[in-house]
Design a protein around this ligand. Sequence first.
Ligand code: ADP
Ligand code: ZN
Length: 517
Amino acid sequence: MIDPVKILHDVFGFPSFREGQEEIVRAVLAGEDVLAVMPTGAGKSLCFQLPTLAREGLTLVVSPLIALMRDQVAALRHFGIEAGSLNSANDQDENRRVVDAVRDRRMRILYASPERLANTGTTEWLARSGVNLLAIDEAHCVSQWGHDFRPEYAMLGEVRQRLGNVQTIALTATADVATRGDIMHRLFEEEPRLFIHGFDRPNLRLAMQAKENSKRQLFGFLDKHRHESGIVYCSSRDATERLADSLSQAGYRALPYHAGMHQQDRAKNQDIFLQEDGVVMVATVAFGMGIDKPDVRFVAHAALPKSIEAYYQEIGRAGRDGAPADTLTLYGLDDMRLRRLQIEESDAADEQKRVERQRLNALVALCEAPRCRRQTLLAYFGESAEPCGNCDLCIDGVMSFDGTIEAQKILSAIVRTGERFGTEHLISILTGEATDSIRRFGHDKLKTFGVGGDRSKNEWRSLLRQIYAAGLIGLELAEYGRWTLTDRGVAVLKGQEKIELRSDVLMKPAERRRRRG
Ligand code: ADP
Ligand code: ZN
C-alpha cells in the first residue's frame, strides 16, 4: 500500500488533510464500511479517491448528477488518474474508452448514475470486472425523510450485494438524525463506522432571541453592521418587501429578493448584492443557493427558520472568508405553534409527520438551549465541542435555575413508561391529564402521574426540549418519537449530577422584560 500522505502531496498537490479526511481515508484503507457526514465543500471526494490510489482495483462511484460526474472525471484525469463515467450523455467513443479501460483493469475510478446500476446487466458486468470499493455520493437520496429522495437510490443496497457485498463508503452533507438512520438501514447490513466532521464554523457568532419587539431587535442588530454586506431572511414575500422598504427609509441600501419577483428584477438585485459593498439583501429562502460571496458579514432571521439544517445552511452564507461574522435569529412562539399546526394538518403519512415533529422539536430546543448554542448545534449534527465563547449564551449567560427536580420528573416519567413514549404522552402524565391513551396504558396509576401539576403544558414542553438540548435524553433512531435516557440523563435521575435550566424561556415576554429590568 502506498502512503496516503505521499499521494496527498504527489498526486493531489495538497499540503495537508482537511479535518476528518485522514481518519476516513485510514478507515477505508483498513477495509471498513464508512458513513461520512461532512458539509458541502469539506472535501468528501478525496475520502474515496485517495484510498483508491493507495491500493489496487476499481472504485465505483454512484452520483446522481451528470454535470458533477463530468467535473470530477475531468479533475481526476487532470491529475493523471484513469477515470470515466457511465451515463446517458456519453458519446460512442467515450463509452468505448470506458469499457476498454474497465476490461483491461486500467480503470481506477468509475462514476455511474443510480439508474445505470438498476440495470442488472451493468451490475453483473461490473461484478465480473471486479469492484473493490463502492462509493455512494449524496447518500441522503436513499431517505424518504429528506428533500431529495430518489427511488433508484433505494436499490443500492441490492447493488452492493450483487457486487459481492463489496466494501462501501456512503457520503452526504445531510446530518439530520432521521436521514442518517435511514441511510444506515437501507445501504448497510452491518453498522458502518460513522464519521461526522467539519460542521463547526467558529468565526460565526451565534445568537437567538425570542421575539419581543422584533423590529427593534432587528434594527438594533443591523445598526451594529452599518455599511456591511448581509442577508436578512423573512418568512414571506410580503415581509421582505415591507422590511426592505423600512430599512431603505432608515438609510440602508436594502433590496428585496423572493421567488414572486420578475426574473430580471431578482437577477438585478442579486448582482448588486454580489458586486457592491454594504448591501442588505432582504430575502426569502429562495435566496442563497449557489451564492458565493466571501465577505457577507451578517445573516439575520426575522422569523424561525424551517429546520436546523436550513438554519445552518443559511447562517453558513456569512463569513466564508473566515473573518468574524455575526448572526441573529428571532423566533416567536407563534411561529412554533403555526409550524406544529401545519405538520398536524398536512396529509403526510404518520411516519413522516413524526419525523417532522422531531425536527421541529430539535429546532425549538436549539432556540431554548440551556448551554452553549454551538455545542447544541454541533451535537445535533453528531459532533462534540467545548463551550465556544462566541455565542449569546456563552457571552451573556442566561437566566437559569436549578432544574434538577424538573428534569428528574421528566426522566422518571420516561423510565416508568419503559422509554416507549413521545412528548405529548409524557406531558399528560406529568400534568395529570387522564387522556384515553393514558388510561389505556394504565399510566394514570403511575407514581409520576400528576407530579408536574404546578406547571403548564407549555412550560413542560420547554423543559423537555431543554433537557434534550442539554443531552439528558435522546431519540430512538429506529422508532422515531420515543425518548430514551442518555448516560447523563441516568446520572441526573439518580441525583449524581445537577442540571441548570433556563427560566427566561418559561416566562411570558412581559414578565421577562420586567425581570430583566
Ligand atoms: P464535497 O464533496 O465535500 O462538497 P469536494 O470533494 O468537492 O467537496 O471538495 C471541495 C474542494 O476542496 C475541491 O476543490 C477539492 O479539490 C478541495 N480539497 C479537498 N481536500 C483538500 C485538501 N486536503 N486540501 C486542499 N483542498 C482540498
Ligand atoms: Zn457558545
